[in-house]
Design a protein around this ligand. Structure first.
Ligand code: GTP
Length: 321
């Protein structure tokens, strides 16, 4: 089960027109990277837990297939939060076996097969993938005993108070009894409600790995995820006097004479004016950056937005949400 129903508020305004997991990472929507990783570990069927703007997914995969994987859709009538979404999707899809659930905005090459084997060996009710981070204070930190049994969940500890630098990495193995115990008809958070209850019973396990991992849910991390697929110019639509370095340029983009694009993402049909600068920024589909305008410092420009000529935006979101 892949959770793709969130509103993606941290990536606004891009997520006002496109749900987060349908935003591009490199040349493909984020969800395709997630499904491809699952497919590499033998997953043949994925249930998408949909909520916000479900049509974007059903329209993109009308035959219900993605990377050779069969897609099924479970659309929530209202947001049920992470655990509520998994329980709803399982019921909708008639799933009554062990499931893998993952956040649709986590891009990783973690060894899913190893996580499932570990889960079975320990006889766990649920198992969480953990990843190390430099600064755990923004995340849910998880400490375990020698066998991998979860001892504590600490939400957003100070750096000094964090017992480890291992955080919940957003991929889970769940037994049917865990799904069955999730209350119905209201939002339920897997981290705040389901996992602490299981940990208290000693039935929650976790396994850390040092595999590549990125949660692409913020402008900075979404840009970083894209820059792994970056290329240098020139490309079609780029004026020969423009300079493009370490950026992701979608189809139909035009870049005018003398423009400079560095470490940025320009989505479908974006138009960069003559002499403009776009650095460390995200430009939505069909947006138009006027001549000599400057975008810098993680600016985010929404779909179809026009930035006037000569405008200077540093760390600005347009529209401001
Ligand atoms: P922010 O609003 O920026 O925090 O983003 P988000 O709404 O995606 O929330 P968050 O990143 O915490 O969500 C983690 C994962 O769960 C993402 O893949 C979301 O799409 C998904 N998710 C969050 N809430 C729901 C929900 O109510 N229903 C469903 N189906 N998925 C959800």
């Amino acid at each position: 089960m892949v959770l793709v129903g969130g509103m993606g508020t941290r990536l606004r305004p891009l997520t006002l027109s496109t749900p987060k997991q349908m935003l591009p990472v490199g040349s493909r929507p984020m969800i395709e990277h997630v499904v491809e990783h699952l497919a590499r570990h033998g997953v043949q069927e994925v249930v998408l837990a949909l909520g916000f703007r479900p049509d974007a997914f059903t329209a993109a995969y009308p035959d219900g297939r993605c990377n050779g994987v069969r897609l099924r859709y479970a659309v929530e009538p209202r947001p049920l939060d992470t655990a509520g979404a998994v329980a709803f999707a399982a019921a909708e899809a008639g799933v009554d076996r062990t499931v893998v659930a993952c956040n649709g905005d986590v891009l990783t090459d973690m060894d899913l097969s190893e996580l499932i084997d570990f889960h079975r060996r320990q006889g766990a009710a649920a198992t969480i993938h953990l990843t190390p981070v430099d600064d755990p204070s923004r995340y849910g930190v998880v400490s375990t005993d020698d066998e991998g049994r979860v001892m504590a969940f600490i939400e957003k500890p100070s750096i000094e108070a964090a017992p480890t630098n291992l955080i919940n990495a957003g991929t889970y193995v769940l037994e049917p009894e865990v799904l069955a115990a999730i209350p119905r008809g209201r939002p339920v958070s897997i981290e705040r409600e389901t996992f602490p209850a299981l940990a208290a019973q000693g039935r929650l396990y976790a396994l850390a790995s040092a595999a590549a991992w990125i949660d692409a849910g913020t402008p900075a991390s979404y840009l970083a995820a894209n820059l792994r697929h970056a290329t240098d110019g020139p490309a079609g639509g780029v004026d020969t006097t423009a300079s493009v370095t370490s950026s992701v340029i979608a189809a139909g983009v035009t870049i005018g004479p003398g423009a400079v694009v560095e470490r940025s993402v320009l989505m479908l049909g974006a138009d960069i004016g003559r002499g403009a600068l776009v650095r460390d920024s995200l430009v939505g589909p069909g947006a138009r950056i006027g001549d000599r305008a400057r975008l810098d410092g993680l600016s985010v420009v929404g779909a179809g937005v026009e930035v006037p000529a000569g405008e200077e935006l540093v760390g600005v979101r347009l529209p401001a949400s």
